[in-house]
Design a binder for this molecule. Structure first.
Ligand code: HEM
Length: 383
């Protein structure tokens, strides 16, 4: 059972925590790993507990997502179903986003990214987050979903950005209303796309076992869950490589995929995920009673020095894929092959296309905010 309600240096999810969460998370890992946040809600912070919680059959993702589903109007999806219902949706998801599918789009992505940088190369400056990472994330998702020839190709970046509002697990009333509108708009757009392109990558997922609404849910989840985290990760990785020549060398050399993987652990764009206990669940740190809402702080797990010897990004880390930033178990991120493919391709295209790119500053900085956790954007000087 959780033993205490003391949250450490600054309370969890408070404004102070949003600016710098790590002191509180380190305190909880050391003293109170199954922290009782409120009656019936615990926060798990150690790597061993987070991993065990992600794979525990008694912790339901559907239960964890129930509030969010109701608030944002999210469709039934892989993320808010369990067991057979989840496995049924996972199959078409894998067909769309699995390693084979992503290998098939890589040549197109490479050429689209290099065209993108050819277009910005004559600018004096660009904002890294909004003028580089977000457009690259839009290109990656449109390519993966096969919607680049869809009815509104020019407005897709905007539509994806609006839909990202539904990712916030703790929105204000206005934020929740905005998320509901954005999700409805995205769904309408996907339905129109399916009507116009029945034989596209999304349309081909429809079979006697996979309904049109299922495909709308898969596309919706890929956009809501994937666009913003991918854009933020691209900003983080490019910023690190711009600030530090050792990181740049690692990002562009033979160890690029190891370095990129460790950036995913270090940044962890999705800091926590939610579950509900359908039975008493044994974790290494204690028992989670049936009915408890569990917040699994995967961001904290990636900084646990019991598991990862140093907290910063490492160029050569053994077992680099052990991090939990992409989840674990049945709900492991379906976008992982896309994320892992896009990151090195984007870094290569960035430094090839903009060889003189540099920043004014020398310090990587985070933007305040609990979810998602984002780096401050940087103005990149090109000439
Ligand atoms: C850096 C970027 C990303 C991060 C850090 C990330 C992280 C995660 C995490 C932690 C989960 C597990 C959620 C849970 O267990 O409750 C997840 C699930 C998922 N992700 Fe990602 N994701 C990223 C990008 C993407 C992209 C680009 C896509 C789609 C193209 C995507 C599609 C999905 C889907 C469909 C699921 C649900 C899988 C299931 O429930 O079976 N993600 N992601």
């Amino acid at each position: 059972m959780p033993a205490t309600t003391t949250a450490g240096p600054t309370p969890l999810f408070s404004p102070g925590f949003a600016i710098n969460p790590e002191p509180t998370l380190a305190h909880l890992r050391n003293t109170d790993p199954l922290h009782l946040l409120a009656p019936g809600v615990i926060v798990v912070t150690r790597y061993a507990d987070c991993r065990a919680a992600l794979v525990a059959p008694g912790l339901s993702a559907a239960g964890g997502q129930a509030d969010r589903k109701q608030r944002s109007g999210a469709a039934t999806s892989m993320l808010n179903t369990d067991d057979d219902a989840h496995r049924r949706l996972r199959r078409p998801g894998h067909q769309l986003l699995g390693p084979g599918a992503i290998d098939g789009i890589l040549p197109t992505l490479r050429s689209q990214f290099s065209d993108f940088f050819a277009q910005v190369a004559d600018r004096d400056t660009v904002d890294l987050a909004t003028e580089v990472s977000e457009p690259l994330a839009t290109l990656a998702l449109t390519c993966a979903l096969g919607v680049q020839d869809g009815p509104e190709p020019d407005g897709l970046g905007h539509l994806f950005a609006e839909s990202a509002a539904a990712l916030d697990p703790m929105p204000s009333a206005d934020g929740a209303a905005q998320a509901r509108r954005a999700v409805a708009k995205l769904d309408t757009w996907v339905e129109r796309h399916l009507g116009t392109y029945p034989n596209g990558r999304l349309g081909r997922l429809i079979t006697p076992d996979v309904a049109r609404d299922d495909v709308v849910g898969i596309a919706n989840l890929a956009v809501v869950g994937g666009w913003a985290p991918l854009a933020e990760l691209l900003t983080t990785a490019i910023e690190l490589a711009l600030y530090n020549p050792d990181h740049r060398q690692a990002a562009l050399g033979g160890q690029a995929s190891t370095w990129c993987e460790d950036v995913i652990r270090w940044h962890t764009p999705i800091p926590f995920v939610a579950r509900k206990a359908t039975t008493d669940v044994d974790l290494p740190g204690g028992v989670v009673p049936k009915g408890t809402q569990v917040i699994i702080h995967i961001g904290s797990s990636g900084r646990d020095t019991e598991q990862f010897s140093e907290a910063g990004v490492a160029i050569d880390r053994p077992q680099v894929r052990q991090h939990l930033a992409l989840g674990a178990g049945a709900h492991f991120c379906l976008g992982a092959p896309l994320v892992r493919a896009v990151l090195p391709v984007a870094l290569d295209a960035f430094f090839r296309g903009l060889p003189g790119a540099r920043t004014r500053g020398t310090l990587f900085a985070w933007r305040p905010g609990v979810f998602p956790r984002r780096p401050l954007s940087t103005a990149v000087l090109l000439s």
